[in-house]
Design a protein around this ligand. Structure first.
Ligand code: M6R
Length: 610
């Protein structure tokens, strides 16, 4: 949460910082600000609200300089006001920060007792004061930041500039993400890779406990203790256009339609169609490792948790292993029984979600082997894991996750099939057939998106005034019902609930009346007959049934008020097809309601708080 960006070089930095912040705005959009060093002094402009408010403020008070920092905020400590917006200034120092300083109250009391006064309610301002105190003891900026950080506890990615050192930024990180971009005669920092993509593809992902000094002609890394660090420079293969809307009205719509490509990329080189196997990806597991697994534990939050629920079905069915799914935040709240023999799969688009990261660390500390499934290269969770599998969805900008969900599901399907084959639970024939079906996926997904787009847009209009919407599914379609409901809630603010279809009669059926659309996900799989009974029960209570079913299922056609069809495929693939119209439904409802689809209220893309 919160996005930070910094620049030092020979160019006018305001447009670069604003552009970087636009790419980071999904991380938070309560307020934003810039601090620019013009060679003599540091000027700050901040504004409440989205970036366009900051741009308006800059029209009134233009800034100019070649060193600067910028921030877009998701408020934690202190309400979203201008005084609480970053950058925060104390004396000669300006700071931007993503994270939470846990001991800020104690430090603030101490600094106030020493005569310092605070302008904001934020935890971040502490850092500015601490650095400024160190500067006044004749430290240079690097030493001053190091000295200040010795005193703070918590999570941070910070960038600091000082009046005294015009062409230098000092950055540091612990728990919150920070990437350094290497240019020619200029260097950058940012909260994530897409922010810097238009300027460079050569990046250093800073590790926890590291800091760096950025100057025009070089970057120097060290630990917080002062030991120098050899940087590992990565070449990023994402292109800047991947982070553009490319003619779509919203990133979310673009990302929904990107899914066939994202799945194709995620499967590329990993399906061995000649031998009917999963290849070119080992998940950090040898055949012996796979054979030694006793249980699989899947950890995740939000949409990634719904992917994990699908993963459990895959692991049980294809790998013959017991599997449990855990909300990372709840897993951490217990003393979970987990250890050697367990494969813990941590699933996270950002690879930075704090609850998932901490839960994975907890499991690793208890002796489990951790495998990360993540989309952002070099992010914290894959870095701490014993093995990793990257989904290749490309940057996901819309706060509501779409293409990362389906690529996670595809990754989990590959993982389950890989383990199943190596444990000799999954026959070569079944795996061969599955690999062929997976190879068809991009084509099937394209068909669903093209074939249902208009119908779903019409349904969204027809049911636009519904105050509550229910989503039902069984088996593999239960997580799809949950995910369909989450999508609708988060971007359209319509109350929606996802239920296991069989649970309806245990309570939620009381919610159904003729005003409530009920989206029933009922593909042609082993749960179909029982789901049909639940569909009938909902219909008998007057519910308006929208069914998502397999092409040619005439019985569904007769019972449902409206029907959305997906092509016939291996039942294990059904979640990857049935989710598409539900994503579209949420999108069109939100768009018709005029909500901020890509940046829904109160949310942030990467949740680095507990
Ligand atoms: O980056 P992660 O996959 O770890 O994020 C987990 C959730 O915060 C995320 O899926 C969230 O639920 C999305 N807004 C859903 O669209």
């Amino acid at each position: 949460m919160c996005g930070i960006v910094g620049y030092v070089g020979g160019a006018e930095c305001v447009p670069i910082l604003i552009d970087g912040l636009k790419r980071l705005e999904y991380r938070g959009y309560d307020s934003a600000g810039l601090a620019i060093h013009d060679g003599q002094k540091i000027d700050v402009v901040r504004a409440v609200g989205k970036l366009r408010e900051l741009e308006r403020a800059l029209e009134q008070r233009p800034l100019s300089g070649q060193t600067g920092i910028g921030h877009t905020r998701w408020a934690t400590h202190g309400s979203p006001t201008e005084v609480n917006a970053h950058p925060h200034v104390a004396g000669d120092v300006a700071v931007i920060h993503n994270g939470i300083i846990e001991n800020h109250l104690a430090l603030r009391a101490e600094l106030e007792a020493g005569g310092r006064s605070f302008a904001s309610d934020t935890d971040t301002e502490i850092i500015a004061h601490l650095v400024d105190e160190e500067l006044r003891r004749d430290a240079d900026l690097e030493q001053a930041v190091r000295g200040a950080l010795r005193r703070v506890q918590g999570a941070y990615a910070i960038a600091v500039t000082s009046v005294r050192e015009p062409a230098r930024l000092v950055v540091a990180k612990s728990a919150s993400p920070l990437v350094i971009g290497l240019g020619e005669g200029e260097n950058f920092c940012g909260s994530d890779i897409p922010a810097l993509l238009p300027y460079t593809r050569r990046m250093i992902v800073l590790e926890d406990g590291q800091m760096a000094v950025l100057e025009r002609d070089g970057v120097r890394l060290s630990t917080l203790d002062g030991a120098s660090v050899e940087p590992q420079v990565r070449s990023i293969d994402w292109s800047p256009v991947m982070a553009e809307k490319e003619g779509y009205k919203h990133f979310m719509l673009k990302e929904i339609f990107e899914q066939p490509r994202a799945i194709e990329d995620t499967l590329r080189g990993r399906l061995d169609r000649e031998h009917g196997d999963i290849a070119g990806v080992e998940f950090g597991l040898t055949q012996a490792d796979a054979a030694a697994i006793e249980r699989v534990v899947l950890l995740a939050c939000g949409t990634s948790h719904h992917a994990a629920m699908i993963g459990r079905y895959y692991i049980e069915e294809l790998a013959g292993l017991g599997a449990s799914v855990e909300l990372a935040s709840e897993f951490r709240g217990r003393d979970p029984v987990v250890g050697s023999g367990d494969l813990v799969v941590a699933i996270s688009q950002s690879g930075e979600t704090l609850d998932t990261l901490m839960a994975a660390r907890l499991a690793k500390g208890k002796g489990a082997r951790v495998l990360a499934i993540a989309n952002v290269m070099g992010s914290a969770i894959p870095r701490m894991a014993d093995g990793e599998l990257y989904t290749r969805a490309g940057p996901e900008i819309g706060v509501a996750s779409t293409k990362c969900f389906t690529t996670q599901v595809a990754a989990l399907l590959m993982l389950a099939a890989y383990i199943g084959r190596r444990r000799q639970v999954l026959s070569p024939e079944r795996l061969g057939a599955l690999v062929e079906e997976m190879a068809r996926l991009p084509h099937l997904m394209r068909d669903v998106l093209q074939g249902t787009r208009q119908l779903v847009a019409n349904l969204a209009r027809r049911y636009l005034t519904a105050r509550d919407v229910l989503f039902l599914g069984r088996g593999l379609s239960f997580p799809i019902a949950l995910e369909g409901a989450l999508k609708l809630k988060e971007i359209s603010y319509v109350h929606a609930e996802g239920y296991a279809a069989g649970e309806m009669k245990h309570g939620p059926i009381a919610l159904i009346d003729s005003e409530v659309p009920v989206l029933v996900v009922v593909p042609d799989d082993s749960c179909r007959e029982r789901s049909m009974s639940n569909l009938q029960e909902a219909k008998a209570r007057g519910g308006r049934i929208i069914a998502v079913s397999t092409e040619g299922d005439d019985e569904v056609g007769r019972l449902a008020d409206d029907r959305i069809e997906v092509p016939a495929a291996d039942p294990l693939l059904s979640p990857l097809l049935t989710i598409l119209p539900l994503q579209l439904y949420a999108y069109y409802v939100a768009d018709l309601k005029g909500t901020d689809v890509d940046q829904p209220r109160n949310l942030a893309k990467t949740v680095t708080v507990e």
